[in-house]
Design a protein around this ligand. Structure first.
Ligand SMILES: Nc1ncnc2c1ncn2[C@@H]1O[C@H](COP(=O)(O)OP(=O)(O)O)[C@@H](O)[C@H]1O
Ligand SMILES: [Mg+2]
Length: 257
């Protein structure tokens, strides 16, 4: 049985790349409303786990259940649109000539109404839709602390600001579950605080469940309600941050190294 509190359930997930076993039978569950951290040494299978949950890669065995529905064979865009499960990539991508609001509205349009005709159609329905998207875009510009630079073409904003914009872009289509792959990589300490605030607000204000891969373990332990540790494609531990940092097997495999 799948409890309604369980938003994601992964069962016996396996993935090999040629002879390389990237995932060797991984099981875990995510509870609706939590922020869960995912750590592990380089090459332990963290990104592959995201790839297999979001349909970017086909797993060799095992199942992924989203809100009780088996999505293992679903293509990526269906998982994103119907499942409302989104992920970030390490590379930042924004439309450089558009300002923040335009980037956000376009993201909302593409996610909900991907047809070109509906995106650029005229008429009352379309205007109402854009007005609603504009309102959400403005709210997210506030949440992400971009108000001061929101009028600039996104290409003229700093790398960190673009990262914040991309984060806001992900929240436009009102996802229920977001997987973040190293959201703090390569950004300065002030922006780290901002991104953390955005994740916290997304979680508390919008009720979004997060699974976060992050090498900055101090930040991750502080942010997460629970932490899962991967090691050589297997789950090594799954516990509260306090218990994880005191787990000898984790310290040996990862934290101490
Ligand atoms: N697209 C791919 N093709 C071939 N091998 C891959 C691919 N993606 C990951 N791997 C391999 O799978 C293993 C797990 O990688 P990855 O999931 O990226 O780990 P992590 O994100 O924890 O660093 C590594 O040995 C890596 O080299
Ligand atoms: Mg990775």
């Amino acid at each position: 049985m799948n409890s309604p509190q369980t938003i994601l359930k992964v069962e016996g997930l396996r993935k090999n790349y040629g002879g390389v076993p990237a995932l060797q039978g991984v099981d875990f569950e995510l509870t609706r409303g939590e922020v869960c951290g995912l750590i592990g040494p380089n090459g332990s299978g963290k990104s592959t786990l995201f790839d297999c949950c979001t349909g970017l890669q086909k797993s060799d065995a095992g199942r992924v259940l989203l809100k009780g529905t088996d999505i293992t064979q679903w293509p990526m865009n269906r998982i994103a649109r119907e499942g409302r499960l989104l992920r970030s990539f390490q590379k930042t991508v924004v439309f450089p000539t558009m300002d923040s609001e335009e980037n956000l509205i376009l993201a909302g349009q593409m996610a909900r109404f991907p047809g070109i005709a509906s995106t650029f159609s005229i008429g009352r329905k379309s205007r109402e839709r854009v007005a609603a998207l504009r309102e959400r875009a403005r709210e997210l510009i506030e949440v992400s602390g971009l108000a001061r630079v929101a009028h600039l073409p996104a290409g003229n904003m700093s790398g960190g600001q673009q990262k914040l914009l991309q984060f806001a872009t992900m929240l436009m289509p009102q996802p229920e579950l977001v997987l973040l792959d190293e959201p703090l990589a390569g950004i300065n300490p002030i922006l780290i605080e901002r991104v953390i605030e955005c994740i916290r607000t997304g979680n508390k204000q919008f009720g979004i469940t997060f699974l976060v891969i992050e090498h900055n373990t101090d930040v991750l332990m502080d942010l997460s309600h629970r932490v899962i540790v991967l090691h050589q494609g297997q789950k090594l531990a799954d516990d509260t941050p306090e218990a994880i940092v005191r787990n000898p097997a984790v310290v040996e495999a990862y934290l101490g190294g």
